[in-house]
Design a protein around this ligand. Structure first.
Ligand SMILES: *Cc1c(COP(=O)(O)O)cnc(C)c1O
Length: 454
C-alpha cells in the first residue's frame, strides 16, 4: 500500500461526499496562508525527530511500533469527518464498525455472548471491568498477581476497593496456592489474571483458576491488554504455537481487556473491554439530555464510562480487520513472526557466554542480563544500565529497555547470583514487529558485542 496514494484518495473520497451537501464558505478566521503553514510545519517535523525509531528492527525496547498503513488511512479518512462514537447521533457508520470490530474480538476469544466496546486505553478498559466487578461484589476486594500491571492496584484505590497483590512463581505467574490462601478469607470478589504480563509476557494459569472460581464464587477478569492477540497462536503448528490451555479457558472467564493499540496494529487510543454476560450493561445505564435522539438501538455511550470517543479509532480497527483479521491466518501470522524471533534470540542467548537468559520467553518478550564478575546483583544492574546507554549512543544504535527485577524474583531464577542488593535491572526486549524475525541475529551480535566491551 502506498500511503501517499491512499491519503490522496482519502481526501478525494471525503470531499466527494461533502460536495453532495452543496457549497458553503469557510470563515476567514480559520484561514491559514500556505507560507505560514510551511514555516510551522517545518518546525513541527523538526521537533518530531526527537524520537526513537520505533519502526526499525534495531529498536527492540518497549511495546511500541507504528500502526499498519491500513489503520493510518482508516483513521485519517474518518478524522476528516470526525465522528464521536459516544452515540449513534455522533456517527452511525463508525458506531456500527465498532460493534463489528468488537464482535470479532469476542469471537477471537471464543465468547458466544458478549457486551463490549472500545476504550481509549487498556487502563480505562480495566477500570470498567473492575467497576462492574465491584457492582457485582460490593464490599469485596480484588486480587491480582504482584507482576500484574500497576493499574490494578491504582484503580482499586480509585474505586475504593481493597487490592490484594498475590506472589508469583519463578516464571512470573500468579501462585494459585497463595491466591487460595487469600480467597479463603472471603474478602475477595474478583480475581484478575494476566494473559501476558507487561514485564516479561508471563501467562497466568487461567485454566487452573477456573476450578478456584467455582469453589470461591469469585469473578475472573482477564487482563490481556498486551497478550490478547496471542490467543491466535494457541495450539498452532510450528515453533510459535502456544500451549492452548490458558487461552482456551479465557472463553469461560467473566471479562476481558485487550489493547488493539498494542498488538492489533492500531495507533494509540484503542483499548477494548468485553463482558461475557451482556446483562452487566445495566450498571452503566444513564440518561443523557443531549444525545440518543436518532435511534432506539443501544448507543455505545450507554455502556461506556467514557463519553466522547474517536469514531476514527473504531474505523481504523475495522478497516485493518478487513485486511488482517484477528484469525490465525491474519494477525496470527504477524504475531507468529515475533514469537519465533523471541525463541531464536533466547537460543542465541543460552548459547552465549556473554549473556544469560533471565527466563524462557512465553510470548515475544525476551529478558536477559550480562554475565559479570563478580556475579552480584549490583554488578548485573550496572552492566545492564551500561548496555542500554551504550547501545543508544552507538553510531549503529540498538535500542533496548530495562526491567527491574526484585531480589526474590531474581534469585528464584538464578540462585548463583549473590543477592547483595534489593534487586537489579535486566535487559528487556519486546519483539513485536514481525521484521524482528529476520533481524534477531544482528540484534544478538550487537548486544553481545556491547556486553563484551564493558
Ligand atoms: C499496557 C497494559 C495495560 C495498560 O494499558 P494502556 O493501554 O497502556 O492504558 C494494562 N495491563 C497490561 C497487562 C498491559 O500490558
Amino acid at each position: 500500500m502506498n500511503l501517499q496514494h491512499w491519503l490522496g484518495r482519502a481526501n478525494d473520497a471525503i470531499q466527494e461526499w461533502a460536495d453532495t451537501f452543496g457549497p458553503y464558505e469557510r470563515h476567514p478566521s480559520l484561514l491559514v496562508e500556505d507560507d505560514r503553514f510551511a514555516a510551522a510545519f517545518e518546525e513541527f517535523t523538526g521537533r518530531l525527530k526527537d524520537n526513537y525509531p520505533f519502526f526499525h528492527p534495531h529498536y527492540a525496547g518497549q511495546m511500541l511500533k507504528p500502526p499498519h498503513p491500513a489503520a493510518v488511512v482508516g483513521y485519517l479518512t474518518t478524522m476528516l469527518i470526525n465522528p464521536n462514537n459516544h452515540a449513534l447521533d455522533g456517527g452511525p457508520a463508525t458506531a456500527r464498525m465498532e460493534r463489528e470490530a468488537v464482535a470479532r474480538l469476542a469471537t477471537m476469544f471464543g465468547y458466544d455472548t458478549h457486551l463490549g466496546h472500545l476504550t481509549t486505553s487498556g487502563t480505562i478498559a480495566n477500570l470498567e471491568a473492575l467497576f462492574v466487578a465491584r457492582e457485582l461484589h460490593p464490599g469485596r476486594g480484588v486480587a491480582y498477581s504482584a507482576d500484574a500491571h500497576y493499574t490494578h492496584g491504582r484503580m482499586c484505590h480509585v474505586l475504593g476497593v481493597k487490592g490484594h497483590p498475590i506472589p508469583t512463581d519463578d516464571r512470573g505467574r500468579i501462585s494459585l496456592d497463595a491466591l487460595e490462601d487469600v480467597l479463603r478469607t472471603g474478602e475477595v470478589g474478583t480475581v484478575v489474571l494476566t494473559a501476558g504480563t507487561t514485564g516479561l509476557g508471563a501467562v497466568d494459569p487461567i485454566h487452573d483458576a477456573l476450578a478456584i472460581r467455582d469453589r470461591y464464587g469469585v469473578r475472573l477478569h482477564i487482563d490481556a491488554a498486551y497478550g490478547g492477540f496471542f490467543t491466535l497462536l494457541a495450539g498452532a503448528d510450528g515453533p510459535e504455537g502456544l500451549p492452548p490451555e490458558p487461552w482456551r479457558a479465557i472463553a469461560r472467564c467473566d471479562s476481558i481487556v485487550v489493547d488493539p493499540h498494542k498488538h492489533g496494529l492500531q495507533p494509540y487510543g484503542c483499548g477494548a473491554v468485553l463482558f461475557r454476560d451482556p446483562e452487566v450493561g445495566r450498571f452503566y445505564l444513564h440518561d443523557s439530555p443531549y444525545t440518543y435522539f436518532t435511534s432506539s438501538e443501544l448507543h455505545l455511550g450507554e455502556i461506556s464510562l467514557e463519553c466522547s470517543r474517536a469514531g476514527a479509532s473504531a474505523a481504523a480497527l475495522w478497516l485493518t480487520f478487513q485486511l488482517l483479521p484477528p484469525t490465525p491466518d491474519g494477525l496470527g501470522r504477524v504475531l507468529g513472526a515475533g514469537r519465533r524471533a523471541a525463541l531464536r534470540w533466547s537460543e542465541l542467548i543460552s548459547a552465549s557466554d556473554a549473556l544469560e537468559l533471565y527466563q524462557e520467553p512465553e510470548l515475544d518478550i525476551v529478558g536477559c542480563f550480562p554475565v559479570v564478575e563478580p556475579g552480584t546483583l549490583t554488578a548485573v544492574d550496572a552492566a545492564s544500565a551500561r548496555v542500554l546507554a551504550d547501545g543508544m549512543a552507538d553510531p549503529d544504535p540498538v535500542f533496548l529497555s530495562t526491567l527491574r527485577a526484585d531480589r526474590e524474583a531474581f534469585t528464584a531464577r538464578h540462585p548463583k547470583i549473590d543477592a547483595d542488593a534489593d534487586g537489579a535491572r535486566i535487559l528487556r526486549s519486546v519483539l513485536m514487529k514481525p521484521e524482528s524475525e529476520h533481524y534477531v541475529e544482528r540484534l544478538h551480535d550487537r548486544v553481545e558485542r556491547l556486553t563484551r566491551s564493558l
